[in-house]
Design a protein around this ligand. Structure first.
Ligand code: ATR
Length: 272
């Protein structure tokens, strides 16, 4: 069966090698490839290439994640909650939209950190990625605090997800009492390597930083927390776990996250 990454432009994405490595390891005769689709041709492409027998499923990326909400036949609750579709499944003549971005991110965090139910967590950022992650994190951690450069946006996000979240002015000293710090801002992303959203003197042993940025593989804030004796988890794991969850939706089989990570990392390093 055929699987696609639907985006525009799709460029050198790491998703094809990542999924193909898992198909190969499991002996599945499927093929995953990039499919660049201009926004104006998205509806036509769904008819011509997606709703066909040989299609198995797709990942959806920029700029189609929101438009896809109204092009699918059914929406899974995950896509409804996230307000965006990142995964398509074609089964029994029904096209269903899911969202595994934030659920995958939280899965990656739990795999690495362990039980997060007692963790005081700080989320940096209040954009699209932060919104999706906040909704998944809030019910699972002890306390979620949202810090954002624009305080109003942090407050609006905290109000939207309710109860055990809070929004406070961008007071970096709050970082000191956090067990987990999630960076959902682009600060530190290539080419601004060396930039960090947090002054390193607030980081210490016992903390974990989860950065959604995956280029570079280790951002400045990750290096800083490690130097302080803490642990870090890079955004490539989030990308991998959204893929693990999608793969399981498509095939019913849970692939090896490590196999997918190794293939994604290799592709990312070859790109530069
Ligand atoms: P995405 O959809 O990928 O999350 P976004 O909606 O543009 O992207 O959100 C980016 C987030 O990173 C925002 O919370 C933004 O802060 P503002 O709400 O104040 O714009 C935050 N951000 C971006 N650049 C930043 C910087 N240099 N310092 C601190 N925060 C930054």
């Amino acid at each position: 069966m055929k699987f696609y990454l639907l985006g525009y432009p799709v460029g050198h994405s790491v998703s094809p090698p990542m999924h193909n490595a898992a198909f190969k390891e499991l002996g599945m005769p499927h093929d995953y490839s990039s499919l660049g689709v201009e926004p104006s041709r998205l509806a036509y492409t769904i008819k011509a290439k997606i709703k066909v027998d040989e299609f198995g499923g797709a990942s959806v990326t920029i700029p189609h994640k929101i438009e896809m909400l109204r092009l699918v036949d059914e929406l899974d609750g995950s896509a409804e909650r996230a307000g965006a579709v990142n995964t398509l499944q074609w089964k029994d003549g029904v096209l269903t939209g899911y969202n595994t971005d934030a659920t995958g991110g939280v899965k990656a965090l739990i795999e690495s950190y362990g039980d997060i139910s007692q963790a005081k967590t700080i989320l940096l950022g209040a954009g699209g990625a932060a919104n999706a992650l906040a909704a998944q994190l809030a019910p699972r951690v002890k306390e979620l605090t949202i810090l954002n450069r624009t305080v109003e946006k942090a407050r609006a996000l905290a109000e939207r997800i309710g109860t055990n979240s809070g929004s406070i002015i961008y007071d970096q000293a709050l970082i000191e009492s956090a067990d987990i710090i999630v960076n959902a801002t682009p600060v530190g992303m290539h080419p601004n390597v060396g930039a960090s959203p947090i002054d390193k003197r607030h980081l210490h042993e016992g903390q974990m930083v989860f950065d959604i940025v995956y280029n570079p593989l280790k951002t400045q804030i990750m290096l800083d927390v490690e130097e302080a004796g803490g642990r870090s988890l890079g955004g490539l794991w989030m990308l991998v776990y959204q893929g693990v969850e999608a793969f399981e939706i498509w095939t019913g089989v849970r692939p090896s996250a490590q196999t997918m990570y190794d293939a994604a990392k290799k592709a990312l390093l070859e790109r530069h």
